[in-house]
Design a protein around this ligand. Structure first.
Ligand code: SF4
Ligand code: SF4
Length: 446
């Protein structure tokens, strides 16, 4: 089964992109499948849980057997009534031991470490991974891909939530490597002249301007595109130069400590205190032990986009400090003390509805997107490194004809990386850090 997962080139579909054949090469007590749809507004995981519930439960049973897990849990929000119904039916039909764990609607419920705490009451140690507390967490999209891999099908398509200032918002089923521009055009384009696209969720996503969407291509780890006006609050915040952010941090932080008090990682007991990090910048303390706390920030954005009364960006400051420390090859070292979640944590969860209002995104909310619009591509640009780890090595040459599903780049099984497959029938026309494949019109490729 590990070999099938490896051959299919599966990586974490929830955004992290960790190669799945390495992650699942373990024996653990719990298999947790994450269907919480962490970021506000996104619909892809819900769509998969409604339309592919049998595939997800079947794959969970198989993976559970392989890793000898005692408990198989799929976790989603209690407000996802329809998805709960579909999953319960599938569990019954397949006579499966999978259990549902229902979460409240707060952000970031789908953060791996927050999810682990909610389900088990245990905190993953700072800088650690769920394996440290005897479990693995995978996204529902990854389980769908595992089901396909068991049947010999590689990862060549993605389901994408496309919402915001788009004429026909909905779920798209697209070949990997299609340009974001083509996805937007397939959904009727935008009525706005000037828009930007959030790739990912509004809290943690990357932002690209309309002028760049031709050169942005769908990868295995993308799940959503949100079109917003280019003068939207989220875009403006993301455009602030780092020098300005640092200067603001030095001069305007009032040390109210709200960023720490509401930080989800601090609340599960991690030694992460963004207000101390802000102070060390302002006071030029540069105390390495404090600065190292930045390394355990998950960049959820609560401190920056929701909490700070002064409009400062502790998250970006943390990111900046992280880069400096990594350049010096410094790592976070646990102090070995027990980790205890803060009692107040239960009362400090951020309701998603309030977050959406705060981010001025209310009008982009959609529910129960029923069907996926299938989009074809005449040209795909398939990145050779869509995952954590090394790039895959191309095994095709310019001019080669390839078939949809054919492997075009590979890694060895021991390497941290993933195989890559063609998502269309066509001819290889360029190879660099990606493979460009062009469909040949009116020609049947044998
Ligand atoms: S919330 Fe803002 S002002 Fe308050 S300590 Fe944090 S960064 Fe400073
Ligand atoms: S982004 Fe802010 S709130 Fe989120 S983990 Fe980092 S410090 Fe905590």
């Amino acid at each position: 089964m590990i070999e099938k997962i490896f051959n299919a080139g599966i990586v974490g579909a929830g955004g992290a992109g960790f190669p799945t054949h390495i992650k699942l090469n373990c024996n653990v007590k719990y298999l947790i499948v994450n269907g919480a749809e962490c970021e506000p507004l996104l619909e892809t995981d819900k769509f998969l849980m409604r339309t592919k519930s049998t595939e997800i439960i079947r794959a969970m049973d198989e993976v559970g057997r392989m890793i000898e897990a005692e408990k198989l849990i799929i976790s989603l929000k209690s407000k996802y009534k329809n998805e709960i119904k579909h999953l319960e039916n599938a569990i019954k039909e397949l006579n499966s031991n999978v259990e549902l764990f229902l979460l409240e609607n707060f952000y970031p419920a789908g953060d791996e470490q927050i999810l682990v705490y909610e389900i088990t009451g245990k905190s993953v140690p700072e800088g650690g991974i769920p394996l440290d507390v005897n479990l693995v967490v995978s996204n529902v999209g990854t389980l769908v891909n595992i089901f396909e891999a068991i049947n010999g099908n590689p990862v060549i398509e993605k389901y994408i939530t496309l919402i915001g200032e788009i004429n026909n918002p909905g779920i798209l089923k697209v070949p990997i490597g299609i340009s974001i521009k083509e996805c937007i055009e397939a959904a009727g384009g935008s009525s706005l002249n000037d828009f930007s696209v959030i790739i990912g969720g509004p809290m943690m996503g990357r932002i690209v301007h309309k002028a760049e969407i031709e050169n942005e291509f769908i990868t295995k780890i993308m799940g959503s595109l949100i079109l917003v006006p280019s003068d939207h609050y989220i875009v403006k915040r993301a455009q602030t130069p780092i020098k300005h952010i640092i200067n603001q941090a030095k001069t305007a932080c009032i040390q109210c400590s709200m960023c720490t008090e509401l930080c989800p990682r601090y609340l599960i007991g991690h030694k992460l205190r963004p207000h101390r990090l802000m102070r060390s910048l302002g006071m030029s303390e540069n105390e390495e032990e404090i600065l190292k706390e930045a390394l355990i920030c998950c960049e959820c954005g609560i401190c920056e986009l929701y909490v700070c009364p002064m409009g400062l960006s502790p998250r970006i400051v943390n990111k900046y400090i992280k880069e400096q420390l990594r350049n010096k090859k410094l790592r976070y070292q646990r102090d070995g003390n027990d980790i205890t979640a803060k009692e107040i944590r239960e009362y400090r969860k951020i309701p998603v509805s309030r977050l959406i209002s705060r981010l001025n995104l209310k009008k982009y909310q959609h529910k129960n997107m029923e069907k996926a619009l299938e989009v074809k591509a005449s040209r795909v640009v398939i990145n050779l490194r869509q995952h954590i780890g090394v790039s895959a090595n191309p095994i095709v040459a310019i001019g080669d004809r390839v078939l949809r599903g054919q492997m075009i780049a590979k890694v060895s099984m021991e390497e941290l990386g993933a195989n890559i497959h063609s998502s269309i029938d066509g001819v290889v026309c360029k190879i660099s850090d990606s493979v460009v494949i062009q469909r040949i019109d009116n020609e049947v490729i044998l």
